[in-house]
Write a protein that binds this ligand. Structure first.
Ligand code: ADP
Ligand code: MG
Length: 707
């Protein structure tokens, strides 16, 4: 049997190894796993003196600075809890600009001179760390002589335990800054943006007479798509191993795309893997709720319940880590790449986003009273204004090499940013903009043919899967994120641009209230109407995949930034710099790192083609020669010759790419990617002709359909 077929047999030979999961009913205290590995408020209350506990909660709730005098007490309690749960080490867990997480572990144990060791963990060690972090991307912020970076404890995201069969480590979520205080990570800009939104929204709520609210936070709930394939295929494919995606592979035979895979029965091995993954995530306090099959074969989705955006982003990183960590226990590998298989649906991450007050209101939830509805329309208006004004920035916030194979194709939201409101809500905005709705003396709506506008739709009713930014009842869903991305930057952008829009609309509202002589409802109606007129070009309810929309969007002068090199310059646009003037969110080095990925892919493609695929085709040519069948020779030889030329061309262009970041980006798009595509086209054609036992890579039909 050929090597690869042996792998198929191994893959199909899986048997469940699940064992000590414990009780399935999580409602009883002893079997409830949720947060078991987290030093959360419950554990803190149990272990901390009352005054220390209260001071810590105040810090967390109001994002105040921590009183350093309590740090030692918190650190000692945290260490005791961690050690009782088997921890021997601690780490400051942070998120540098690489988009993934970083850790450096230190032992709790210190030698005390008499040959023994003592476990200790001080407040100082809790609050501040100094990893030797000189090799993280910094965007030119740090010169080498001042290469020191500090990690600083983020008490708003609780510490947790990283478990390993051979030991446990206490992980402390931290921010990562330079010694002069500039952000070197994705958390600091996110925290700043949360603060900006808080200030703007609290100010606006005061105009609506709400004096009770003291804080407004943003909430996010991600939906993560991913692939699971058998481990043996993965290790036979250097492209998957090095780049996370296949650089070669003919499409599976037609009709093989099983449509019933979507929401279909979850294969047993996959479900077993999901169950363990979810258990681990629940222990880490990640509130996993939903699982199902996705559109492509071997593609699935996992979604937690929404949380505040800082915790949500930390948990999203943990979710990706745990997905990858658990899969091998079932001889599976989890692929988070945006486009692991050409011609097969790629993976994204939907980012559900809203704003909520400390009094429990969701500001994007239409209310039950006209007053609440007006307030909702005001905040929804701010989102419309923000997305229209900064459409390029939003697009750039989700740019990346993996995304270029997906965004704008007929499977993912288009690269043109637009907003779907749902037909009911769109009608309401239209009517207000046309002045057809007035607000009566006691706050009720007049007009629209009825004396009182019915309560706004609670559920938008219609759904639109093709929209990149959709209102879905009580939140907006930004659907253009890539599956492997950190959600921090897109959420930082959202929070910041919406804060800016709320501030601008608050100013308009203050001015309008003067004109209406104190009638707030009438003033809001005016502001909402004017804003809609100014920004309605961004609102689109039709088919975002259609050719007609591309034409219409061009007429509306909406941006259509198809690829990463098109999108990234938006990060240094005037409007972006002004909205981020307070934070250093973007930088050259970060841009650069996105292209290094592509360079590595081109090199891997050239390697695989030359050392694995070409030899297989040469052996086939030899066989044809031996058989002496001219017709076959005429068919295959020219293809192999073209293949050789394509490989040589790819290797050559990959050597001489420009140094300058932007030029390099364009070179990638216009030279490297086409060279990769041509090499692939020939390889995939030859895959269909070359004898099966000579072809060295597992095929799409095997990877995607053997579960
Ligand atoms: P779908 O979009 O697939 O139909 P749902 O409507 O059930 O899925 O919800 C999707 C996600 O939206 C979930 O992760 C949920 O937690 C999140 N979500 C719900 N309410 C909010 C909110 N106020 N803020 C942020 N996310 C939310
Ligand atoms: Mg969704």
């Amino acid at each position: 049997m050929p090597r690869i077929r042996l792998a198929n047999v191994a893959a199909a030979g899986w048997s469940p190894n699940g064992s000590a999961f414990g009780a399935g009913d999580l409602t009883t205290a002893e079997s409830n796993l949720f947060g078991k590995l987290v030093f959360g408020p419950q554990e803190q209350r149990k272990r901390l003196p009352k005054d220390v506990y209260r001071a810590l909660q105040r810090t967390i709730e109001n994002s105040e600075e921590l009183d350093p005098s309590i740090a030692d007490t918190v650190a000692a309690a945290m260490k005791d809890w961690a050690m009782e749960n088997g921890a021997t080490h601690y780490t400051h867990w942070f998120q540098p600009l690489t988009g993934i997480t970083a850790e450096k572990h230190d032992s709790f144990f210190n030698p005390i001179g008499d040959g023994t060791a003592l476990a200790s963990f001080s407040g100082k060690e809790l609050i501040k760390g100094e990893p030797d972090a000189s090799s993280f991307p910094t965007g030119g912020l740090r010169a080498t002589f001042e290469a020191r970076g500090y990690t600083a404890w983020d008490p708003t995201s609780p510490a947790f335990l990283l478990t390993n069969p051979n030991g446990t480590t206490l992980a402390i979520p931290t921010a990562f800054t330079s010694w002069t205080g500039e952000a070197l990570d994705t958390k600091i800009p996110l925290l700043r943006s949360i603060d900006a939104l808080n200030k703007a929204a609290v100010r606006a709520l005061k105009l609506f007479g709400d004096e009770a609210v003291t804080r407004v936070g943003c909430t996010m709930g991600p939906e993560q798509e991913y692939f699971l394939i058998d481990k043996s295929y993965y290790y036979q494919r250097p492209d998957l191993l090095n780049c996370g995606r296949t650089l070669f592979g003919a499409k599976p035979p037609k009709g093989h795309e099983l449509d019933d895979h979507y929401f279909g029965t979850i294969p047993e091995r996959v479900l077993a893997c999901m169950l363990e993954t979810e258990r681990e995530l629940l222990k880490l306090g990640v509130p996993i709720k939903t699982r199902h099959n996705e559109v492509a074969p071997a593609q699935y989705e996992i979604a937690p319940v929404f949380e505040n955006v800082n915790l949500g982003c930390d948990h999203q990183q943990l979710l990706m880590t745990v997905l990858k960590q658990i899969a091998p226990r079932y001889d599976l590998v989890c692929l988070l790449h945006e486009k692991p298989f050409a011609g097969v649906n790629g993976s994204g991450k939907h980012n559900n986003w809203s704003m909520g007050t400390d009094t429990g209101q969701n500001l994007l939830d239409p209310g039950d009273t006209p007053h609440d509805n007006l307030q909702f329309l005001f905040f929804a208006s701010a989102v419309i204004k923000a997305v229209d004004t900064h459409q390029g920035l939003l697009r750039a916030s989700v740019a990346g090499a993996g995304q270029d194979h997906r965004l704008g194709a007929n499977e993912a939201p288009p690269a043109i940013i637009s907003i779907f409101l749902g037909s009911e809500l769109e009608k309401v905005f239209e009517a207000i903009a046309k002045g057809k709705v007035h607000v009566g003396p006691s706050g009720e709506f007049m007009g629209l043919g009825t004396p009182v506008l019915p309560p706004l739709p609670k559920d938008p009713g219609d759904r639109n899967r093709t929209s990149p930014f959709a209102f879905t009842g009580n939140k907006f869903e930004f659907r253009a994120l890539g599956s492997s991305m950190s959600p921090s930057l897109p959420n930082t952008v959202l929070n910041t641009i919406v804060a800016e829009a709320i501030d601008a609309l608050s100013e308009d509202l203050e001015a309008a209230i003067k004109v209406t002589k104190g009638n707030v409802d009438e003033a809001v109606t005016k502001v909402v109407g004017d804003n809609y007129k100014a920004h309605k070009r961004i609102v689109f309810g039709g088919d975002g995949y259609s050719e007609a929309w591309h034409k219409e969007a061009a007429k509306r002068k909406l941006l259509n930034l198809k690829t990463t090199p098109d999108a990234l310059p938006q990060l240094i646009e005037e409007s972006t710099i002004s909205v981020f003037s307070n934070y250093g969110v973007l930088n050259e080095r970060e841009l650069h790192s996105r292209y290094e990925v592509l360079l590595e892919q081109a090199e891997t493609a050239a390697d695989i083609a030359r050392t694995m695929l070409l030899p297989a085709t040469l052996r086939y040519l030899e066989m044809i020669d031996d058989a002496g069948i001219d017709a076959l020779d005429d068919e295959v030889r020219p293809l192999v010759e073209e293949f050789v030329a394509a490989i040589q061309h790819l290797a050559k262009v990959n050597l001489d790419h420009p140094e300058d970041t932007m030029e390099e980006a364009i070179y990638m798009r216009d030279v490297i990617l086409p060279a990769m595509a041509e090499t692939r086209r020939l390889a995939d054609t030859l895959e269909r002709l070359t004898p099966d036992d000579l072809w060295p890579l597992p095929k799409y039909s095997e990877m995607l359909f053997i579960k």
